[in-house]
Design a protein around this ligand. Sequence first.
Ligand code: THU
Length: 127
Amino acid sequence: MKEAVINKAIAMRSRAHAPFSNYRVGAAVETQSGEIIGGCNVESSSYGLTCCAERVALFRAVAAGHTSFRSMAIATHNSGMPCGACRQVIWELCSDIPIHICNEQECVKTISSKDLLPDAFDKSKLL
Ligand code: THU
């Protein structure tokens, strides 16, 4: 349900490893089976190796055997939107799902992953 994925994303901010930017991001994905799996951003001193919270959450979910997803939530102190790389990964792994954008307390808006990446490039172009 909506509250569970939102609350998990907000809670996951406390796990962020962000010593370089201090920008703490929490994310959570709701699987088709109803599990909620969280992620946080993990930064590297070799900055390009940093992994965003959204991708950590999704990759954890995939590694745990999940293949289908119902919703996601992302939490930052200023209700930031997902970066372009994460929009691509969300679209490819989740197709069209609601994405709840949150601050430290609550969901401030919900947008569909399709609207986050119009005219997406994906496997349908490779067939
Ligand atoms: N970050 C995310 O975790 N998700 C996004 O969609 C945007 C950026 C992280 C990466 C880095 O650790 C910090 O935020 C600043 O860019």
